[in-house]
Design a protein around this ligand. Structure first.
Ligand code: AMP
Ligand code: MG
Length: 400
């Protein structure tokens, strides 16, 4: 076995994780549990929304033609025939020369096709003086104008946002069919690792990666399943990966992903299945492993939390999206670099940057420093074909 990693381009690594992503099926869940889940079936409007012509303002329901030519000097005068009650099935009607008060959201009476805003009218006893004309349809939402019965409102594959949940509720979807949330096993390896609750002794560090990876997969609508800290021993790691495979749809192992004699992850994946990629032309994040075992993806992440996070963003995100039958969605902004950022051709570099007032400042730190993760707002990706970006160049920042 070679002492060096045989790196593949990032694009190839992404293709590999997409290829091995197992489908996870779908399930029906109550709407209140559907946030961040991926729709497995379209949500359609069960009825016309709104179900009746309704006013968008507080005012007087009228036949628009009755207000033609109305102005401050010569108002149109109409007789008020009472009020429309909210939620009432019968809004009544307006005939020639009359109007009816209607609150916002109230049903339009028969014979009316517009609403005069209360600010543009004056009521004196039963008479209403209209100071401005309205056009047919003004201040009215017509039946079915929002969504027609049977029409697709939310398409399958969509990751449900709080806005989507509200709209689904309005069209009667009290349960929705969503892609089953993949269960992602999380293992940290390293003899130096201790649980976060304890104080690390000399040479020891706290296990940050279990939490980092767990939070990352949770944010992407997956269930993390924690298998704790495993020592750098092949047999022990093999048992841990094996039990993670029993219970999960994919496994993330952090640490031990390179080719040091203590690094067991690749050997363990090879024992249980197959290593497809060992080394990605990515910085940070080169010592990354992509493999499968029992038909499930097993990913080896580098141990440095900052490197592990870049691999989660650049590679694992695509695996999780493929397993959830959706695409990676990223929030990005454009910003100008405040300094030159050199890069090596042939390798995709991810530079942490802080962003202020449209300017992106690289947060360079010694490799392994955690503070760069909290002092930055996102990553600038420098493609493998580039030798870097120059000061003042506009770049895309992938926000964390
Ligand atoms: P490795 O990839 O195992 O060579 O680890 C690289 C560096 O990351 C070492 O300094 C490890 O101590 C550190 N490291 C590995 N795993 C973790 C973890 N779960 N949490 C925090 N640091 C880690
Ligand atoms: Mg290690």
């Amino acid at each position: 076995m070679s002492l060096f990693l045989e790196v593949v381009p990032v694009s190839e690594a992404i293709e590999a994780v997409r290829r091995i992503a197992p489908p996870t099926g779908c399930e029906d869940v109550p709407l209140e549990d559907a946030l961040h889940r991926v729709l497995a079936r379209d949500v359609c409007a069960d009825i016309d929304i709104p179900g009746f012509d309704r006013s968008t303002v507080d005012g007087y329901a009228v036949a628009a033609a009755e207000t033609t030519g109305a102005g401050e000097a010569i108002p149109a005068m109409l007789q008020c025939r009472g009020r429309v009650g909210m939620g009432s099935a019968d809004a009544g009607s307006v005939s020639r020369g009359s109007c009816k008060y209607v609150p916002t959201g109230g049903a339009l009476p028969e014979g009316a096709d517009a609403v005069v805003m209360i600010e543009h009218a004056e009521q004196i006893g039963d008479d209403v003086l209209v100071h401005r004309p309205v056009a047919p349809g003004e201040n009215v939402v017509f039946r079915g104008e929002d969504f027609r019965a049977g029409k697709v409102v939310l398409e399958r594959g969509r990751v449900l946002s709080p806005r989507d949940i509200g709209v689904a509720a309005a069209v009667g979807a009290d349960r929705v069919s969503v892609v089953t949330a993949p269960r992602i096993g999380i293992i940290s390896t390293g003899n130096e690792l201790v649980p976060v609750a304890g104080a690390p002794g000399p040479g020891e560090v706290r296990d940050a990666n279990s939490y980092l990876a767990g939070a990352f997969v949770t944010e992407r609508g997956c269930h993390p399943v924690y298998f704790g800290i495993v020592r750098d021993e092949r047999a022990v790691l093999e048992r841990a990966v094996s039990s993670a495979l029993d219970r999960c749809d994919a496994v993330l192992v952090s640490g031990g992903s390179s080719k040091d004699e203590r690094d067991n992850t690749a050997a363990v994946i090879a024992d249980l299945g197959e290593v497809l990629v060992h080394g990605i032309a990515l910085a940070p994040g080169k010592p990354t492993i992509i493999g499968t075992a029992r038909g499930k993806p097993v990913i080896g992440l580098p141990g440095h939390p900052a490197s592990a996070f870049v691999v989660l963003v650049a590679i694992v995100d695509h695996l999780l999206a493929a397993m959830r039958e959706t695409s990676v969605s990223r929030r990005t902004i454009r910003a100008r670099l405040t300094q030159n950022v050199p890069s090596t051709r042939g390798r995709e570099d991810y530079i942490r940057v802080s962003v202020r007032d449209g300017e992106a400042t690289p947060v360079f730190g010694k490799s392994g420093l955690l503070n760069t993760l909290v002092q930055s707002e996102g990553l600038v990706r420098i493609p493998a074909s580039s030798e870097g970006f120059e000061v003042s160049e506009e770049v895309e920042v992938i926000l964390w």
